[in-house]
Each structure stands twice: as structure tokens, then as C-alpha cells.
Design a protein around this ligand. Structure first.
Ligand code: SAH
Length: 344
């Protein structure tokens, strides 16, 4: 059975029209299911006939939360109908929440510093499984009577979102839709390791959300080791494609720079990085390496991190150090591994 949460608003309008139902039902449905978080079709003002057709035609399965860990930053294990699971992370920030979403079960990119990569790719998520992560967590918060708003969505969980562009794009359209969750375009960020074919799809089929690039290192030989994807799709090609993306004026591109001790944390690396990105309206996020069982790298000392930041800022590039959140429950960047965390 088709899942309701894979339908964009215009898909829904078409389905209702095809059935000769009142298309005003589309906004009622979006309002109840997305804004109010009601997960059934018993909607007043919707004819019994429409309700019956909806029940017979669409599933409202959003995936099942099978485990929650952590106290402030919380990691959710969410299971889908085929038994596979992903992790999503809920991060509190200034009285609001950010959800870190997964786009695939596992990941095919095999970045050498990332725990998820050691898991390999099981499969890509479908649109409703991406949307479902937000709805399942929203429902969980409602049950706690937790009023804080989910203000931001970042595709920084498991998977490479641009390796699943179609489903991710549709999910973003559903998140942005004003009849439903109504996220602002600047509140959604897609982070990529530099998957060029996905960026090319983005170029021909524009998507109005923020882009973050896992930049990590300006030197190809080292970036090849960190992100094997750099061999077929080298950094400079990725950067020139990003320049062409129709991001709106004054829209920043975020560059994530993972800092690893004695590998890419030197002043020279900072200078080279700044030279490469300074004309791209950059915002830099420095991410000190988060260790995981068996990882070969180390986190740099605080001094090296601050010096790196100062160099970037001397080029006029706003630079933030990402404070590690959730590492006590392996929920920080690159620590998500639903297979190891939950062996079957
Ligand atoms: N595939 C996407 C999104 C997933 S990872 C991407 O590569 O951008 C989100 C961010 O966490 C990326 O910048 C990634 O490089 C970073 N990351 C991965 N493993 C990490 C680790 N062990 N420590 C710190 N950051 C890590």
C-alpha cells in the first residue's frame, strides 16, 4: 500500500481530483497530519466516503521508535517495515530543536573517519521514511508534552543524501510546504561528501534549501584518503559545480571541516582551505574528530582548533567550532552505526 507521507501536496491534489473528491480535503489532511500531528484519517469535515477511500488507499506508517538514548541530545533508533533501522538525532539548541536526519540505511561512501561508512550501504530510504523520522520524533515529543519547536532539519545522519536525491528532494518539498510543516528554506540543510552526480541533479532540478559540503581538506592526496569519493569526483570539480548552483543571493554555503590531529589541522591547511573557498560566500563549521571504536584518528588539541579558526577568520570567513553534542551516546557526527549499536 502506498504511504501517505510520500505524497507532496500537489500529488495529493491530483489523487483527490482523480477520485472526484473535493480538493479542499488536501489542505485539511495536511493540516491534521502534519501540523497537528494526528496519525489517522478521522478528520472532521472530511466526508465519510473520502475517509474510507483514504484508509483503503494509504498507509500512515511512520516507522517505529525502538530505542531512545541520551538525555539532552537524544538518539532515536527507528525501524521500518522491512526491519531495517536508522538513527536520527534530536539536538536541543536555545529552546528549540534540530533533527539530524538519515537518508540511507548505512552509507556507500566509505569515508575513513566515519563510523556509518564501516556499515556499508543497505539501501536508500524512501520519501516517507525520511518524512517519517520527523513525524515519529514529533509524536514522541507530543507524548512528553514537550512544547519546544522543531526549528531546523539537517541531513547529517546516516547516508549520503545526494546519493538518494529523488527521495530527499521530495521529502524537502513536503517539509517546506506551507499547508503542512512549513519549514523555512534556510532551516533545512543538505550535507554532502561531494557526490557530483547528485549535485548535477540538483543543478537541473533546483531545490531551495541550504547546502553544506564536507570539505575537510584542500589537498587531494589527503582528501582521497579521507573521502574515497574524491578520486572520481575531485574537490575542485565539486567546487566549480557548487558555484553554478542557483542558490539564492546572499545564501551561504557551509563548509564542514573535520579536524584530525596532525593530518589536516595545520596553519598551512587552514590557509589553503581559505584560499579555495573564500569567494563562495562561505560559512565554515569546524568539526573536531569524534572518535569511535577502532578509529585510526585523533582529535586535535583545543589550541590547534582555535588557531585554525583564527586563520579562517583572518580571511573574513565566519567560522564556528561545532561543539560536540551527543558523543556520550555515540550520537555525534560520524558516530551513527545502527548495526553495531544494535546487533541483531
Ligand atoms: N554524507 C553526508 C552527511 C553525513 S555526515 C556528508 O558527508 O556530508 C555529517 C558530517 O559529519 C559530515 O561533515 C561528516 O564528514 C562528519 N563526520 C563524519 N564522521 C565524523 C567523525 N568521526 N567525527 C566528526 N565528524 C564526522
Amino acid at each position: 500500500m502506498e504511504n501517505f507521507f510520500s505524497l507532496t501536496y500537489s500529488d495529493l491534489l491530483c489523487r483527490l481530483k482523480d477520485q472526484d473528491f473535493n480538493t479542499r480535503g488536501a489542505s485539511l489532511l495536511y493540516n491534521y497530519l502534519y501540523k497537528k500531528g494526528q496519525l489517522n484519517f478521522e478528520i472532521p469535515n472530511l466526508s465519510k466516503q473520502t475517509q474510507t477511500w483514504l484508509k483503503e488507499s494509504f498507509s500512515l506508517d511512520v516507522g517505529k521508535i525502538t530505542k531512545v538514548s541520551g538525555e539532552e541530545t537524544r538518539k532515536f533508533l527507528i525501524q521500518f517495515s522491512d526491519g531495517l533501522q536508522v538513527e536520527s538525532v534530536l539536538i536541543p539548541f536555545q529552546g528549540k530543536y534540530t533533527i539530524c536526519l538519515s537518508s540511507q540505511v548505512g552509507c556507500a561512501m566509505k569515508c575513513s573517519f566515519c563510523y556509518t561508512g564501516t556499515q556499508g550501504l543497505k539501501r536508500s530510504l524512501k520519501t516517507h521514511e525520511i518524512v517519517g523520522q520527523v513525524l515519529a520524533i514529533k509524536e514522541w515529543l507530543n507524548e512528553l508534552e514537550e512544547k519546544a519547536k522543531i526549528s531546523n532539519l539537517v541531513f547529517m545522519g546516516q547516508g549520503e543524501p545526494l546519493h538518494n536525491f529523488g527521495a530527499v528532494k521530495k521529502a524537502c518539498e513536503i517539509f517546506l510546504d506551507q499547508h503542512g510543516l512549513s519549514f523555512g528554506r534556510e532551516k533545512i540543510t543538505i550535507s554532502t561528501a561531494g557526490y557530483l552526480p547528485g549535485l548535477q541533479e540538483w543543478l537541473v532540478d533546483p531545490l531551495s534549501v541550504n547546502l553544506a559540503l564536507s570539505f575537510h581538506c584542500p589537498v587531494d592526496e589527503i582528501r582521497d584518503e579521507l573521502i574515497p569519493l574524491n578520486r572520481p569526483y575531485p574537490l575542485r570539480q565539486v567546487l566549480s559545480l557548487i558555484k553554478e548552483l542557483p542558490l539564492e543571493k546572499k545564501r551561504f554555503v557551509t563548509f564542514e571541516i573535520l579536524l584530525i590531529k596532525n593530518l589536516n589541522d595545520s596553519i598551512e591547511m587552514a590557509q589553503k582551505s581559505a584560499e579555495l573557498i573564500k569567494d563562495l560566500c562561505p560559512l565554515v563549521n569546524l568539526i573536531p574528530f569524534n572518535p569511535f571504536p577502532g578509529s585510526p584518528y585523533q582529535r586535535p588539541g583545543d589550541e590547534a582548533i582555535t588557531t585554525f579558526q583564527e586563520v579562517m577568520e583572518s580571511y573574513g570567513i565566519p567560522t564556528m567550532i561545532r561543539k560536540t553534542k551527543g558523543d556520550e551516546v555515540l550520537a555525534a557526527c560520524g558516530q551513527l552505526n545502527s548495526k553495531v549499536a544494535n546487533p541483531s
